[in-house]
Design a protein. Structure first.
Ligand code: ADP
Ligand code: ADP
Ligand code: MG
Length: 684
């Protein structure tokens, strides 16, 4: 038995905060590590101690095993918890831990090595009679062998990176002639992401369900499964919504998956928490082993909520050498849990990740709701790491109740300053198909043309944001003794005694949108101009805005009234930036005044739109055009990777490529010009 008094968490964000919570409960001192970009992050504030480990880029900090070890030695930590991602499945960190007498909270080096390669993992599964997806997972990696094997598997097929994770290094091949090109791309992606370009081939299952089994072993002969989860709602092979247990699953299949997972776990002598992933063909009903993840998963809270078992606490106990106190009979599902990943991204704009400051942050509090968050009001979302802001997990007696609680939770989760995918998540949950059998095609089928937010009440939201901002800058004085006092604490807000018309401009992707506000004593008449010049049309409507202040006079609450309907709003104002959050709407607006609007129009040079620019700092992974090429507007010019996602950057205009300023592998700054295009129409 070993003692753990001081545990270093080699991670950041919500999972670092999650492990810190477990430490507090177990009376263990927690140590955060942080990169240059995370100096003020929540996990640093929450831990008992924090050590700076290096630069903002992950490979200079959270991926640097030597830096992590040095930090652990500096403060004499007796154990390291790797979280998920980063070094959680790296043999380098374990080996350093072993050499230096530090406990690694995770499985053995052998388990990680065996399951880290999909080729080897599949071979082990096959030897244990666990069904695997038909395909090729041999050692020979030459094109000729792979193509022959690929033809035998048949099309469509999937090329997968053996070292892959997070959906990277995967390519679908629909027919033989695409094989060579797809192989090259998969290999390139795999070697740059994992330093290993070996691939395997699998039959592409057209309607797959992603089902996984949670394992927990203690190295003393106990190997339990903690039931199953479904993660079929995915985008780009990445999970968006996860739940436990799996619905619409036959008992015999479920039992088969439990048996396979436990058999694999026993074979490995697996210690700690791990997950065996399967794919279930919704057409043939066949289930196949996919891979094993030798770490805690992002979606582990769903299992915790239905089993009542704290997985992080179990990991730490097992790492101390304790035997599990549970037997398989103790593991029972209590109700249903669903998790949604709240990301800083813009689903309406190709899910582009958002960077910036979270100016408004208020978590929902309700029965059956758990929030695992890595941020607070004032936190920065930087371009260096993934865009996960928080996980919201709902638990209820039935799947329906869990879904309802999750929806309410998302509605009442106020986040402003950066865009989030909250509305997208609520759309997913409110489709009737959400209650039928799910497959990984769900999002493509439900949103065939991509997802767009609801138009409803958009105008009212813009007006409320503008009014609140004017109000705030005018030094809002609550009017006392008005008839509105009968409304309790709510007061009509008024601009400092004016009746005059004020002019304001809203910044949009297409330029500036003019608006006019007239009114007083909280009763306003707003005119919004949409489009420009000939195509302009305006919308006018009356609107009222009230506010109240909480008992200590700090937090202001807002309420807007439009056509007799009242809505409560959370509003945060920083200069002319206004973040607004109400149950079905979350927006950040940037306004400009008269002077700035004129400057802006002059500065927006006429030819500014002819370049392909980086939408954020990141890595250029592919350049698809050459100087002199003819391109169409919308054609992908370059591909970038930032915040763990791949972004296709379209050419803004049709024309001829005048200059290519980058090559694959370049790191670029936000806004950098990657490709210049000479447009067809010279007058542009
Ligand atoms: P990763 O290591 O990137 O998680 P996985 O092998 O677990 O890779 O696969 C990730 C996802 O890709 C799965 O959840 C599933 O949606 C899809 N996928 C994997 N293999 C297949 C397949 N043979 N056919 C269809 N989809 C697949
Ligand atoms: P979608 O376009 O995603 O299908 P809809 O607006 O059509 O969304 O919503 C489908 C159903 O779900 C409707 O009955 C709608 O009222 C309800 N709904 C949608 N979003 C929410 C939400 N955030 N909270 C509560 N109910 C919602
Ligand atoms: Mg996987």
């Amino acid at each position: 038995m070993s003692t753990i008094k001081r545990l270093l968490i080699a991670n950041r964000g919500e999972i670092a905060c999650r492990v810190i919570r477990a430490c507090k409960r177990l009376g263990i001192e927690s140590v955060a590590v942080y990169s240059e970009a995370d100096r003020h992050s929540l996990h640093v504030q929450q831990a008992d101690m924090a050590v700076h480990i290096g630069g903002a880029a992950a490979n200079e900090s959270y991926l640097d095993a030597n830096a992590i070890l040095a930090a652990a030695q500096k403060i004499s930590a007796d154990a390291i918890h790797p979280g998920y991602g980063f070094l959680s499945e790296s043999t380098a960190l374990i080996s350093l831990c072993e050499k230096n007498g530090i406990i690694f909270v995770g499985p053995s080096m052998e388990s990680i090595a065996a399951m880290g390669s999909k080729i080897e993992a599949k071979a082990i599964a096959q030897a244990l009679d666990i069904p695997t997806v038909p395909g090729y997972n041999g050692d020979a990696q030459d094109l000729e062998t792979l193509l022959t094997k690929g033809n035998a598997v048949g099309f469509p097929l999937l090329i997968k990176a053996s070292a892959g994770g997070g959906g990277k290094g995967m390519r679908i091949v629909h027919e033989a002639c695409e094989f060579e090109g797809a192989l090259k791309q998969a290999r390139q992606e795999a070697s740059s992401a994992f330093g290993d370009d070996r691939v395997l081939l699998e039959k592409y299952i057209v309607r797959p369900r992603h089902i996984e089994v949670q394992l927990l072993g203690d190295g003393h002969g106990n190997m339990l499964h903690l039931l199953d989860r479904e993660c079929s709602i995915q985008r780009n092979y990445q999970k968006v919504i996860e739940e436990a247990p799996v619905s619409h699953l036959d008992d015999d299949v479920r039992q088969q998956l439990f048996d396979c997972a436990v058999r694999l776990g026993r074979h490995l002598g697996y210690r700690g928490a791990g997950t065996v992933e399967f794919i279930l063909d919704a057409d043939s009903r066949e289930a196949y082993f996919l891979e094993m993840n030798t770490r805690l998963q992002v979606e582990h809270p769903t299992t915790e909520l239905i089993t009542g078992i704290d997985l992080v606490e179990c990991q730490i106990r097992v790492a101390r050498g304790e035997a599990l106190l549970y037997t398989q009979q103790d593991i029972r599902a209590n109700g249903h849990a669903i998790e949604a990943r709240v990301n800083a991204e813009d689903p309406a704009n190709d899910y582009l990740p958002e960077i910036g400051t979270i100016t408004l942050y208020r978590e929902p509090i309700a029965e059956g709701l758990r929030i695992d968050s890595g941020v607070a009001q004032g936190s920065e979302i930087t371009p260096y790491y993934d865009s996960l802001v928080a996980k919201i997990i709902a638990h209820g007696g039935s799947r329906g109740l869990a879904a309802q609680r999750l929806l309410q939770g998302l509605n009442n989760f106020a986040i402003g300053g950066v865009k989030t995918n909250q509305e997208f998540l609520t759309s997913i949950l409110t489709r009737p198909a959400f209650h039928q059998e799910l497959t990984t095609q769900y999002l493509a089928q439900q949103f065939p043309n991509g997802w767009q937010p609801w138009g409803e009440s958009m105008h009212a939201a813009i007006a409320a944001a503008a009014l609140a901002m004017q109000q705030e800058s005018a030094g809002c004085n609550p009017v006392s003794g008005t008839p509105w006092q009968t409304m309790g604490g709510w007061r009509l807000t008024q601009l400092a005694g004016t009746v005059a018309t004020s002019h304001l401009w809203l910044k949009t992707a297409n330029g500036l949108q003019a608006m006019q506000i007239q009114g007083r004593h909280g009763n306003y008449f707003v005119t919004l101009v949409e489009g420009c010049d000939d195509g302009a049309k305006s919308v006018s409507f009356p609107i009222k805005l009230y506010h109240s202040t909480d008992s200590n006079g700090l937090q202001r609450q807002w309420r807007v009234e439009l056509e007799g309907t009242h809505r409560n709003l959370d509003i945060a104002i920083v200069g002319k930036q206004v973040a607004l959050s109400s149950p079905r709407l979350r927006r950040s607006y940037q306004f400009v005044g008269l002077e700035e609007s004129q400057l802006g129009e002059a500065a927006a040079g006429k030819s500014a739109g002819n370049d392909v620019r980086a939408a954020m700092p990141g890595l250029v992974t592919d350049v698809l055009v050459r100087e002199g090429d003819r391109v169409e507007a919308g054609q992908t010019g370059a591909v970038m990777e930032a915040m763990k996602l791949i972004h296709n950057l379209p050419c803004p205009v049709a024309g001829v490529v005048a200059q290519v300023r980058v090559v694959a592998g370049d790191n670029v700054e936000d806004g950098a010009i990657l490709i210049s295009i000479q447009p067809d129409d010279e007058s542009l």
